[in-house]
Structure formats: structure tokens, C-alpha cells
Design a protein around this ligand. Structure first.
Ligand code: NAD
Length: 478
């Protein structure tokens, strides 16, 4: 049944795309305006769905989901005309006389598969890019955020052009059936195991893929900084961001042995200020998404390697799927918590003798999606930028790069491939078609056989581009 539905959806979208409907500026604008209307008229329902799926606090729902999508939509509406304009490029003597442009062409029919942790933003934000670029699109939201998934299906069905934009709900069978179809581009957000499945399926049709994956994001805390501000920013990026269930949340901290007790004390004090003495009762903390992930996180906490090393938090409430903000000090690199992406409210702290040793710790692991450094030391900062390869990087804060539309968002290596956000979303869903135009006016015979020594000299001079050589060889060419 899933296969038949997937096939039918793609067929309808292919017909719409082939008719040229999605390519017009007017259609793109109308669909972006439809998204704006969804945001304006249904924000309460969106907040409600996020509360139902994740107990996501309203503030986080507005800032991390609704505002992100709203800003992307506004930007696309404002800039679309400019983005769609072919971009002029200077040509060289090799093609003289000529003009060149880069034409942004939609890929065609694209698939967006999204994850549960930011189930609204991670679904709609890529769709904005796909539509702005003129594609027909199927969105497959995550089954692990069922309220948001069904709300998306309802609202997209009601407000958007159903012949070109569809939501297909479901779990593994539905995603598998979709992946069996031929797509012109796929953007997948989620874990790397499924990322490999997506890439394998795409390979069958040589479909280009953007993979937005995760990994272990380090945050390095140097001494001689404003530790209170640093601690608050770490908390905002970790527990204030879906209770750590965010791909760019700091996964672990690195600091020096001399400084670590100050770091733990200030983090613990600020945590108490934000979430109270009984954080399990706090309305400002998202719950864990489901019992599978709750049990996975509890296993990390109960690992013999870490259970005696909890210096803050550790409480859990199975019936409400809540885990308190938890700090672990001195977890070994062989503990489960240091071996896999945590994706939850647990923060291990690794200590080193000298802060420069952070490079060895970070670079011994896969390239992270984000890397953070808190320092006032310019040299350390420069070395961090130079030595750490990561999807994105922030000095003296966490997660905020996600909100900046002017910079691309994506991973590298195990944390993903490709990027989107702002204009990069438009580019991610556009083929950049080079268009070279020549005139019939000048047709230099040196290009054609027989390739006499004079012609060869001329072509070499053109390639090397020195005017003197060109003129000299021209003299011997004919
Ligand atoms: P998930 O369980 O929601 O799965 C993601 C998508 O994959 C869903 O739509 C699901 O239907 C599909 N899927 C699951 N199993 C499948 C299978 N066997 N075959 C085909 N499709 C399948 O999300 P998740 O994987 O638990 O997400 C968490 C991961 O995502 C973390 O690693 C996190 O770091 C990463 N993530 C990355 C970003 C980013 O922007 N880079 C954002 C959010 C999450």
C-alpha cells in the first residue's frame, strides 16, 4: 500500500513539474505566502502539537521553530526575484567574444525527510528552499513527533498546492517506499544509520543528497573568561534547546583540571536558577521524546563507567519521560556516554592539563556538526578555527549559528554533507546551469584542424593569456 501511494504521489508531482507550473515566480511566491498564512493563522496549533510531542516550552517552540520558519519565509519572499535572476559571469579570451551566466534551475521533484526533535522547523524550512527554487516536493515528517506530523499534513493539504506539495506521513515502510522512487534531490535530517540507507537508495538513481546528521559537538571552556555568561550560554544551547535533544547542542565539555570545579559550580548554580531545585517539575524543560530514547539515555547514566561520576542532576521520571539536567565529571573515553552522540540532557566534562590538549580530544573523534570555544585568548581561537574541522563553529556562544540566515548550515564527514538556510537553501535545491552565449561575428580558424605549429602557438598563448604572445602568434598563424 505504501509503495502504491508513494508511486502515485511522485507521478502526480512529476506531471505538475513537467507542465512547468512550479517554475514560475508567481507560483513560488503563492506557496511561500501559503506557508506564511499557516504560521499566522495556526501558530497556537503548532505550539500545541510541539507540546504534545515533546512538552516543548512555548518559548522554545516560538524561537526555535516558528520564528525560524517565519524568518526563512520572509527572506525568500523578499529576495526571490533577485535569487532567480541569472548571475552574470565575466568570460575570458578563450571564448571571446561571448557572455556567460549561471542560471538557477530547479532539480525537479524532491524529497524532504525530517526528524522529530524540531519537527516543525526541520520539515518546513527545507520545503521553503525547495519551493523557492521551483521544485515540486514531498515532505515526510518524523513519525516520532506524531502530532506535528499530522498537523503538517492537515495544514499543507489545506493551504498549499496539492498537485506540487505533498506531505506523506508514516514510519519506516512509508519512508522506504518513498526512497524506492526516483527523486531529483533528497534532503534528509536524522541519524547517520538512516543517512546511510538514504544515500544507498539515492545511489540507485544517482540522486544528489543533502544529509543533515549529528555527532558529538564539543564545547571547550578556557579559563580567564566570563564564566557566568559562558555557563548560561552553554545551558541555553544544551538544556534550553529541547533538553539537549538537538543536533547542535554541546555534547561534551572540555576544560582544564584547574578550572573544572569552578565550571561545575557555576553551571550547577545557573541550572538551579533556570530550572529550580526540582528540575523534573520544571515546565521549561522538554521531555524525552519517547520511551525508547528515555531508556537509551538511562542506560548511558547507569553505565558502570559513569554512574558514580554524576556531579549534578541524574534524576529521572519514567512516567513523564523527564530527565534532569545532568553533569558527569571524569567519564572515560570508553564509557557509552563518550562513545555515542548523547542527544539528551547529559553533559560529560572531560578534563585536560592544558587547554591546548582539547585538539587531540576533539580530533580523535569524527568531525562534529558544531564546535564551540569559550575563550579570550586570540591565539587559542585562531588555532581552534585552523585545527578543528566541524560543520559550523561559534566562539563564545552555542547554537546561534543555526539562526543566522547569512551562513550555511550543514555538517562535514560523519555529521553530514551539503548545507542549507537562507539563500543556501535556494542554492541547495537549484542546479547551477552555466550558460555561455557566443556571437557568430568572429570565428578564429586556429581552433580547427589541421593544427599547424602556428595555430598551436596561438592556442597556447590564448590559454596562457598574455596579450604579447597572442599578438606574436597571430602574426605567424595565418
Ligand atoms: P527520526 O527517528 O525522526 O528519523 C529521521 C527520519 O528517518 C524519519 O522521517 C524516519 O521516518 C526516517 N527513518 C527512520 N528509520 C528509517 C529506515 N530504517 N529507513 C528509512 N527511513 C527511516 O530521527 P533520528 O534519526 O532519531 O534523529 C536524531 C538524529 O538526527 C541525531 O543524530 C541528530 O543529531 C540528527 N539531527 C540532525 C539535524 C541537522 O540539522 N543536522 C537536525 C536534527 C537532528
Amino acid at each position: 500500500m505504501a509503495a502504491v501511494e508513494a508511486e502515485a504521489a511522485v507521478r502526480e508531482l512529476r506531471d505538475t513539474y513537467a507542465a512547468g507550473k512550479t517554475k514560475s515566480f508567481e507560483w513560488r511566491i503563492s506557496q511561500l505566502k501559503a506557508i506564511q498564512q499557516i504560521l499566522t493563522l495556526h501558530s497556537e496549533e503548532i505550539i500545541g502539537a510541539l507540546r504534545s510531542d515533546l512538552k516543548k516550552p512555548e518559548f522554545e517552540a516560538v524561537i526555535h521553530e516558528i520564528s525560524v520558519v517565519s524568518a526563512s519565509c520572509k527572506l525568500a519572499l523578499k529576495e526571490l526575484h533577485r535569487w532567480m535572476k541569472p548571475q552574470k559571469v565575466k568570460t575570458t579570451l578563450i571564448t571571446f567574444p561571448s557572455s556567460a551566466k549561471i542560471v538557477s534551475e530547479p532539480f525537479g521533484v524532491v524529497l524532504v525527510i525530517s526528524a522529530w526533535n524540531f519537527p516543525f522547523a526541520l520539515s518546513v524550512d527545507p520545503v521553503i528552499g525547495a519551493i523557492a527554487a521551483g521544485n515540486a516536493v514531498v515532505l515526510k515528517p518524523s513519525e516520532n513527533a506524531p502530532a506535528t506530523s499530522s498537523l503538517l499534513a492537515k495544514l499543507v493539504g489545506k493551504y498549499m498546492d496539492a498537485s506540487a506539495v505533498k506531505v506523506v506521513e508514516g514510519a519506516v515502510p512509508q519512508t522506504t517506499a518513498l526512497l524506492d522512487q526516483k527523486w531529483d534531490k533528497i534532503l534528509y535530517t536524522g541519524g547517520s544509520a538512516v543517512g546511510r540507507i538514504v544515500l544507498t537508495a539515492a545511489a540507485k538513481h544517482l540522486t544528489p543528497v543533502i544529509l543533515e546528521l549529528g555527532g558529538k559537538c564539543p564545547a571547550v571552556v578556557d579559563s580567564k573568561i566570563n564564566l557566568k555568561v559562558a555557563a548560561r550560554r552553554i545551558i541555553a544551547g544544551k538544556w534550553g534547546c529541547n533538553n539537549g535533544q538537538a543536533c547542535i547542542s554541546p555534547d561534551y565539555l572540555i576544560t582544564t583540571k584547574d578550572f573544572v570545579s569552578e565550571v561545575v559550580n557555576i553551571l550547577s548554580a545557573e541550572l538551579e536558577k533556570f530550572f529550580g531545585e526540582e528540575p523534573l517539575q520544571s515546565k521549561e524543560l522538554s521531555s524525552i521524546v519517547n520511551s525508547h530514547h528515555f531508556n537509551r539515555l538511562v542506560k548511558l547514566l547507569d553505565d558502570d563507567e559513569v554512574s558514580g561520576k554524576i556531579v549534578c542532576g541524574g534524576e529521572r521520571d519514567k512516567s513523564n519521560l523527564k530527565i534532569a539536567p545532568t553533569i558527569i565529571l571524569g567519564a572515560s573515553k570508553d564509557s557509552l556516554v563518550m562513545k555515542e552522540e548523547i542527544f539528551g540532557p547529559i553533559l560529560p566534562i572531560i578534563t585536560v592539563d592544558k587547554i591546548e590538549e582539547c585538539f587531540g580530544v576533539i580530533n580523535a573523534m569524527e568531525k562534529p556538526l558544531a564546535a564551540y570555544l569559550f575563550t579570550n585568548d586570540k591565539k587559542l581561537e585562531e588555532k581552534f578555527v585552523r585545527s578543528v574541522s566541524a560543520g559550523g563553529m561559534i566562539i563564545n556562544d552555542t547554537i546561534l549559528h543555526f539562526l543566522e540566515a547569512g551562513i550555511p548550515f550543514g555538517g562535514i564527514g560523519e555529521s553530514g554533507m551539503g548545507a542549507y538556510h537562507g539563500k543556501f537553501s535556494f542554492d541547495a535545491f537549484s542546479h547551477k546551469k552555466p550558460l555561455l552565449k557566443r556571437s557568430f561575428a568572429i570565428d578564429i580558424s586556429a581552433r580547427y584542424p589541421p593544427y599547424t605549429p602556428g595555430k598551436r602557438r596561438f592556442l597556447r598563448a590564448v590559454v596562457q593569456g598574455t596579450l604579447f604572445d597572442i599578438l606574436r602568434s597571430l602574426a605567424t598563424c595565418w
